[in-house]
Design a protein around this ligand. Sequence first.
Ligand code: NAD
Length: 315
Amino acid sequence: MQYRQLGKTSLQVSVLGFGASPLGDEFGAIDPRDGQRAVDAAIDHGITYFDVAPYYGRTLAETRLGTFLKGKRHQIILATKAGRYDRHLPDGFDFSAEGITRSVEGSLRRLQTDVIDVFQAHDVEFGKREVILHETLPALHRLKEQGKIRYTGITGYPLGFLKSMAEASDVDVVLSYCHYTLLDTTLDAVLRPLARARGIGLINASPLHMGMLTQAGAPPWHPAPRAVQKKTRSAAQWCADRGVDLAALALQFALDYEHAATTLVGMRRPEEVIRNVQAVGTPPDSGLLAAVRTILRPVLDRSWPSGLPENNQGA
Ligand code: NAD
């Protein structure tokens, strides 16, 4: 394993992070014994960063992760979130200060811990700008002062909105997803300069584009435009015809990006953990990379709207 500094926090994090959304059955039902073995394998292979949220499996992922980490909590850095609890507006979200403060208590209980290392407002583009700035973020800072959490963060999809929220506040960490992958590298232009200037820890989630950059392909709920999905299937077929593992190439590509402190991959089986750990320190083959990027070129850097329309301006 390799480790990088998480912005100006005191944390060194494994470059490959454990994304726990599959533990909430987000990519199909898992056998909990596989989930336990995946967590054990991750820790055995030096993965120290674990990311979860109450939203994943509507608390199932946190509950399972809390159980799977029994006796091992001290070996890892634990990140969770608050503010998003379901898929749809308005009921699935609560970015009020009271809601955030209540949420951390549930997370502490389910995760069977006294402190959350990184606590993030989840998918902030679904909240109103004023609420995020004047309720959500102050609530996170109060929790930090109280010692219930160690560091604060925001997560979401539209990079322009994340950037403007980070500029207007003093969060420790910003997480975006599907924005540094074989299909989209816009994280680098939009967030890296600010992260560097402010010492914000940059977290790159979903390097497999939420399962799309795998032979199995995208889950049915995937929001990527149809043209992007179609081109990606062509790339997957091109790889399959040559015995190339598209997921491995995609992960090598993302891990090679040194400006993200950690890259979060969703993992539900120990075999996936072991395969993904092998990508650490293995740069992508340049010929293969060029060929796959050529197939994907017509659909590169195409995003989709997420959250409130006003939070997608210029994203
Ligand atoms: P991902 O791109 O990591 O893809 C996960 C899917 O790929 C799962 O189905 C997994 O089983 C499969 N997979 C993993 N390794 C594989 C391999 N070697 N070969 C083939 N398939 C493989 O997408 P993700 O899980 O959505 O993202 C990773 C993590 O990032 C999440 O679990 C979550 O913790 C975090 N995340 C956060 C946000 C947010 O805060 N808004 C959004 C997205 C993701």
